[in-house]
Each structure stands twice: as structure tokens, then as C-alpha cells.
Design a protein around this ligand. Structure first.
Ligand SMILES: CC(C)(COP(=O)(O)OP(=O)(O)OC[C@H]1O[C@@H](n2cnc3c(N)ncnc32)[C@H](O)[C@@H]1OP(=O)(O)O)[C@@H](O)C(=O)NCCC(=O)NCCS
Length: 106
């Protein structure tokens, strides 16, 4: 599913949705100091289907799409504290970028 500046890829097995990834291209965001940034807004694989390469395939699709759209600077934010899952991003040539802060205000 794609629009000019956003795309969703889904992973299906036996017609069942098992994962998806969504990316949006944003322009002129002051925070990034570059003209176009591709932001990964959603990236999810069903727990029952993890560690089978589905996430890697979805991410590869997105990197190809970003190149095609001439927006090769790809950003993702995650709240995951799992060093193992975050290692995935480092393995895929992401570098740590800035810091994020979070609080629950209830
Ligand atoms: C992140 C996520 C989409 C990865 O999906 P996946 O289908 O399991 O990914 P893959 O099977 O392609 O594995 C990708 C890499 O993740 C890393 N990884 C992820 N979880 C891991 C774990 N529990 N232990 C070790 N490595 C892990 C590995 O480097 C793995 O590569 P490898 O199998 O070649 O060693 C999935 O874990 C998920 O939905 N997590 C919850 C949501 C989330 O955190 N989304 C990202 C927010 S931006």
C-alpha cells in the first residue's frame, strides 16, 4: 500500500497478516537539519512469527523504497530496552542518534 510519501509493506503467511512496516517521508523538519527524512513509524511482527527473517525482509523493502524515493536518511525511534532487539538496528547499519526521554503522567 503506497502513497506519494508513505508506504506500508505487509507480511502474509497463508493469507494471515503476520507483520507490517510503515514509513513516511517528511520534508524540512528542523530537528533533522536535512531536507528529507524517512521515518519508520511502525514495525511489527507477531511474536509467534519472530526470528524467522520476516523483520529483516520488511526492513530491506523499506530501505529499497527510501533509495528509490531519494530519501535515504532513515530514522527510527524505539522504546525497546532489549539489547538483543536493539542490536538488530546496529547490525543493519543504524547508528545511535540523539536521546529520548519518556514519562508516564497518570
Ligand atoms: C523488531 C521486530 C519487528 C523484528 O522482527 P523479526 O521478524 O523477529 O526479525 P528477524 O527475524 O528478521 O530478525 C531480525 C534481527 O533481530 C535481532 N533480534 C531480534 N530479537 C532478538 C532476540 N530476542 N534475540 C536475539 N536477536 C534478536 C537479530 O539481530 C535478528 O537477526 P538474525 O536473526 O539474523 O540474528 C519484532 O521483534 C517486533 O515486532 N518487535 C516488537 C515491536 C518493535 O520493537 N518494533 C520496532 C519498533 S521501531
Amino acid at each position: 500500500m503506497s502513497q506519494k510519501n508513505s508506504i506500508i509493506y505487509v507480511a502474509e503467511i497463508d493469507k494471515k497478516l503476520v507483520g507490517f512496516i510503515r514509513c513516511i517521508i517528511k520534508s524540512n523538519e528542523p530537528f533533522f537539519k536535512i531536507k528529507k527524512i524517512s521515518k519508520l513509524t511502525d514495525f511489527f511482527v507477531l511474536p509467534t512469527h519472530r526470528r524467522k527473517g520476516i523483520g529483516n525482509k520488511l526492513l530491506s523493502k523499506i530501505t529499497l523504497w527510501c533509495k528509490k524515493k531519494k530519501a535515504p536518511d532513515l530514522f527510527l525511534g524505539t522504546l525497546s530496552k532489549s539489547p538483543k532487539s536493539n542490536q538488530m538496528y546496529l547490525d543493519k547499519d543504524f547508528i545511535e542518534f540523539e536521546k529520548a526521554y519518556y514519562q508516564n503522567v497518570t
